[in-house]
Design a protein around this ligand. Structure first.
Ligand code: C5P
Length: 227
């Protein structure tokens, strides 16, 4: 069957990356986690003091964008690609609650988006790719053969993210995680540049009451219809 582009968008912690990884593995496609790229730029801004709780020097971040190099490297032990920032593996550091608390502010900056969208388009130019994010079906690959828009209740999502962070040993309260999920959803849906929304031709998938297996089966059926 022919190679296609699969765009998976949706709110925070809806399980996009779990599904995207499963799909990529099953189909032999490349998986691209675009959230990791926004997180890496955010980490860069934090490391250089361009963003703090009450301060964001957008100008300086924008001016330093040309010097930021991002790439993914497949880790066969983990079964997925890890994020590298200027040659350094930042896979663990980009998943902290601190990065989560700033990332949506960084993702509002058009110059940041333009840089990342360009790189994402080049990574997907040969198709055979599963990409997840917020604007994949609307902006990055508006012609993707399959677009999935994932939703689940904020409570369900915060609980999943909380369990994940706890499993990684991070000290964080459920309330803090819920607040972060809600704040990111708000900023992501209200920004001027590429706000999160369902593409008209995207298929909606509410997984509040689906197991991973049920969800995977539903999406495989969608894939089979278009390949
Ligand atoms: O997917 P993840 O939750 O890791 O994404 C982190 C943040 O990066 C999102 O909340 C959003 O602000 C931003 N993002 C984006 N566009 C994408 C992917 C992520 O704006 N395509």
């Amino acid at each position: 069957s022919k190679k296609i582009t699969i765009a998976i968008d949706g709110f925070s912690s809806t399980g996009k990356s779990t599904l995207a990884k499963q799909l990529a593995k099953h189909l032999g496609y490349v998986y691209v986690d675009t959230g990791a790229m926004y997180r890496a730029i955010t980490l860069f801004a934090m490391q250089n003091g361009y963003i703090t709780a009450d301060y964001f020097d957008k100008e300086t971040l924008i001016n330093s964008l040309p010097s930021i190099r991002l790439h993914f490297e497949f880790n066969p032990e983990l079964g997925f690609a890890e994020m590298f920032l200027n040659g350094v593996n930042v896979e663990t550091e980009i998943r902290t609650i601190e990065v989560s608390n700033f990332v949506s502010k960084v993702a509002e900056v058009s110059e940041v988006r333009a840089k990342l969208v360009e790189q994402q388009q080049s990574m997907g130019k040969d198709k055979g790719v599963v990409m997840d994010g917020r604007d994949i079906g609307t902006v990055v690959f508006p012609k993707a053969e399959l677009k999935v828009f994932m939703t689940a209740s904020p409570q369900t999502r915060a609980q999943r993210r909380f369990d994940e962070l706890q499993a990684k040993g991070q000290k964080v309260s459920f309330e803090e995680v819920l607040k972060n999920v809600e704040e990111r959803d708000y900023i992501d849906t209200h920004r001027d540049d590429s706000p999160l929304r369902k593409a008209e031709d995207a298929l909606e998938l509410d997984n509040s009451h689906l197991t991973r297996e049920e969800q995977f089966a539903a999406v495989l059926e969608m894939v089979e219809k278009v390949t």
